[in-house]
Design a protein around this ligand. Structure first.
Ligand SMILES: [Zn+2]
Length: 344
């Protein structure tokens, strides 16, 4: 009986929804007991308040993207370096040091309606510093040290035509690599976009096979989703994805345990401009520039949940000016793999 109870308790306290349920139920029982005079009303009120707070805190910790309350979560690039938590194989066929194709720097940003900064909006590099950075992009990344300033742009919910292609055009023109957290069922539909990401040196991470709230999934559903997603991306890219961004950034003990069992490192973010809320490219630009600092992981979206099909043009339009302005401030823009390679 006792032996049987411990695994059950473990299952209950691995899932935040169960933790909340137990806490809230305990609060109700205590209040009932106090009302019926079985325990002091004062004690009942205080302890039930603690239970309610504990349940709410457990949920807040699960949905708040930053922090290690349920296990190690990478929120900044420094969380990746020197911790021995992740072993990323060399990028292999990924061309992290390849020169830009001829004429790539002159390629314009499609449908650019961005007004700030003026030089950046035109698709041209804004100043001498940025010009040097772009020209020497390969050597800058190759000679990077932990003392350099790094920022990673990450894009969720793709691949998603036509925006993913347009974004890849911008990144190629600017000569930087980003990280894409892909919805695998989307990747299944558009494998050529995933192959393009890999061929152009970007890091391909997993978001999910299907974009669902993992806090609500059974253990087996979570495991299957991640396994299917990993297998599919590996079939397309030839590499097992090692980075995973949970849908919405939500995670609890059970989600983290499943990720670790699949050898995935959980990566959330430190800068979130909320680009999916219908704001324009200037506002996306402003929000990122306000918050970005050394080691930032920026969350942007090149895709949307199936069924909504929103435009991501504002994000695409914001990226070229962002790259230019961040470079002007001395930042190197890198993919997660590049950063780890240079900061082992
Ligand atoms: Zn998402």
């Amino acid at each position: 009986m006792v032996c049987g109870a411990f695994p059950l308790l473990k299952v209950i306290f691995m899932r935040v929804l169960c933790i909340m349920g137990v806490c809230y139920l305990a609060a109700l029982i205590l209040l009932w007991a106090g009302r019926r005079g079985k325990i002091s009303r004062k004690v009942a009120a205080v302890v039930s308040a603690v239970c309610l707070l504990a349940g709410s805190g457990a949920l807040a910790t699960a949905v708040y993207p930053i922090g290690n309350g349920y296990g190690k979560t990478v929120n900044r690039l420094t969380d990746l370096s020197g911790n021995g938590a992740v072993v990323v194989p060399p990028p292999g066929s990924a061309r992290t040091t390849a020169p830009l194709p001829d004429g790539a720097a002159q390629k314009s940003v499609p449908e650019s309606g961005m007004a700030i900064p003026a030089a950046a909006a035109s698709g041209e590099l804004p100043g001498p510093a940025a010009q040097k950075d772009n020209r020497d992009n390969v050597s800058v990344i190759s000679s990077g040290t932990v003392h350099d300033k790094w920022i990673a742009l990450t894009f969720d919910d793709g691949p998603y035509p036509p925006y993913t292609d347009r974004l890849l055009d911008v990144l190629k023109a600017k000569g930087i690599h980003a990280t894409f957290f892909l919805v695998a069922e989307q990747a299944q539909q558009y494998p050529e976009l995933v192959r393009r990401m890999t061929a152009e040196g970007h890091t391909v991470g997993l978001h999910a096979f299907r974009h669902r709230d993992f806090l609500k999934l059974a253990e087996e559903e979570k495991r299957k989703d991640l396994e299917q997603g990993q297998n599919l991306l590996r079939d397309i890219t030839g590499k097992n994805p090692v980075y995973w961004r949970p849908p919405h950034g939500f995670r609890d003990f059970s989600v983290m345990e499943t990720a670790v069992a699949q050898s995935l490192t959980v990566v959330n973010w430190s800068v979130i401009p909320r680009d999916w809320t219908g704001i324009d490219s200037q506002e996306i630009f402003r929000r990122v520039m306000d918050k970005a600092d050394d080691g930032s992981i920026v969350l942007l979206h090149d895709g949307d949940s199936p069924g909504y099909k929103a435009s991501r043009q504002a994000t695409v339009d914001a990226v070229a000016p962002l790259i230019d302005s961040l470079r002007e401030k001395g930042y190197h823009l890198v993919s997660l793999e590049e950063y780890q390679e240079k900061n082992r």
